[in-house]
Ligand binder design. Structure first.
Ligand code: GTP
Ligand code: MG
Length: 206
């Protein structure tokens, strides 16, 4: 893919906002989904990757409630998922989240990569680790990205990168910032690698 490594973002178009599996787009492009807790910066990363303001962001958690599909350069879907783990969301709402996201993760063999976001300022929570385990059980490749790195000092960055990696069993972690653009090139490289390869096997790894 032509990526925006050189600095210019590929053209992005909004495709669908899905409140249920019925609304998922049919086209068979490879998909890269962005997942993580409410307010961690998923929609902001979608904007950073597309070089614009295509996804709505908010200072208050729970902004994105549907699954939003964006077509990037006609080569892949970038998928902005609703966040989880916001304490003030009623139980019924978080059950709805789980159902909708499960419909997505469990029925989309075109998913080439899930970019799993965690907040670089905190150690991953039980919910973050559960999401990683869920993806692992489904055999979905994931990339751990720690957001808001601009809010940390240089020393804190190195320490948090190590702590987060350890919490995920030693997996590599990319530090990113929607403010400075840190981590963007590395994320693009992973996106390009993942979407170049063959579609995943449909059956989950056991
Ligand atoms: P939900 O849709 O509610 O699940 O949230 P989200 O994960 O999509 O978060 P969103 O992108 O809306 O960002 C939440 C807040 O964090 C906004 O105020 C963003 O401006 C801010 N934010 C996101 N990424 C960064 C970052 O890298 N650095 C800083 N300083 N702020 C960020
Ligand atoms: Mg959002």
């Amino acid at each position: 893919m032509p990526t925006n490594i050189a600095g210019s973002a590929p053209p992005a178009e909004f495709v669908a906002s899905a409140g249920s599996a019925r609304d998922f787009p049919r086209e068979g492009l490879p998909e890269v989904a962005v997942a993580g807790r409410s307010n961690v910066g998923k929609s902001s990363l979608v904007n950073t990757l597309t070089g614009g303001k295509i996804a709505r962001t908010s200072t208050s958690p729970g902004k994105t409630r549907t699954i939003n599909f964006y077509r990037l350069d006609r080569r892949l879907f970038l998928v902005d998922l609703p966040g989880f783990g916001y304490a003030r969301v009623p139980k019924a709402e978080s059950r709805k989240w789980k159902q909708l996201v499960a419909q997505y993760f469990e029925n989309r063999p075109a998913i080439a990569l899930v970019i799993q976001l965690v907040d670089s300022r905190m150690n991953p929570t039980a919910l973050d680790l559960q999401l990683a385990e869920w993806l692992g059980n489904l055999g979905i490749p994931r990339l751990i990205v720690a957001t808001k790195a601009d809010k940390l000092s240089g020393n804190q960055r190195a320490a948090q990168q190590r702590a987060i990696s350890e919490a995920f069993g030693g997996e590599p972690v990319i530090l990113s910032s929607a403010v400075t653009g840190a981590g963007l090139k590395e994320i693009w490289k992973r996106v390009a690698d993942a979407t170049r390869s063959e579609p995943r096997e449909k059956s989950p790894k056991q």
